[in-house]
Design a protein around this ligand. Structure first.
Ligand code: COA
Length: 181
């Protein structure tokens, strides 16, 4: 599916043209990448383009840009993938790169829409996500969108030299009502 729409968002499959200076800047911003694995590398238009190309070449990966303003303004990304076809299980990850748009409910809305797509259109049975223990915004966005905490990995990662845990979140097609968010 090239494009998904929700009340305020258009989720568009990213193409090479979406690899902009702004996108690379988001990934290099410590305020944004604090809880993202992308913080371990330096990003540029070229690395963003390679990432988009790799996702688009993979049938088990759906990388969407999150757009507001009637699909005009790119504010972040959401990815469904990798998808384990054998067991019909997919992973979800996201970021809202435009900090001025944090707290507006866009993450929860994007998660709810990609979850609907995964269950209703791809017929996946289960979705999974992970979130650092201090990333309360992400945790709340997933819970609001129908995910449940299924586990907690103690001291799994380090941030600024300090060990930190990680929540494991899951959602099931069997339980999905679509009434979230
Ligand atoms: C985490 C992130 C995705 C949240 O996006 P968002 O669009 O601001 O989230 P929402 O507006 O949908 O917020 C969902 C809920 O979390 C709350 N929330 C948002 N940021 C919060 C924060 N920093 N601390 C506590 N609660 C927060 C919101 O108030 C809302 O709860 P409510 O509906 O009860 O009011 C966004 O801040 C982000 O992209 N951060 C950087 C990258 C990242 O951490 N990605 C997630 C990796 S798992």
């Amino acid at each position: 599916m090239q494009e998904l729409t929700s009340k305020r968002l258009v989720l568009k499959k990213l193409s090479e043209n979406d690899a902009t200076e702004t996108y690379a800047k988001w990934l290099n911003d410590p305020a944004i990448n604090r809880f993202l694995e992308t913080r371990h590398a330096q990003h540029s238009i070229e690395t963003c383009r390679s990432f988009i190309d790799a996702c688009n070449a993979d049938t088990g990966c759906f990388l969407y840009g999150i757009f507001v303003n009637h699909g005009q303004t790119h504010i972040g990304n959401i990815k469904l993938g990798p998808i384990d076809q054998l067991y019909s299980v997919g992973q979800i990850g996201l970021f809202i790169g435009e900090k001025s748009h944090w707290g507006a409910g866009y993450a929860a809305e994007a998660i709810a829409e990609i979850t609907r797509f995964a269950f209703a259109e791809l017929n996946l049975a289960r979705l999974e996500a992970g979130c650092y223990e201090d990333n309360l915004g992400s945790l709340r966005a997933f819970l609001k969108s129908g995910f449940a905490v299924e586990g907690f990995l103690r001291k799994k990662y380090t941030i600024d030299g300090k060990r930190t845990g990680c929540f494991l979140l899951g959602a099931l097609k069997d339980e999905w009502t679509g009434n979230h968010h």
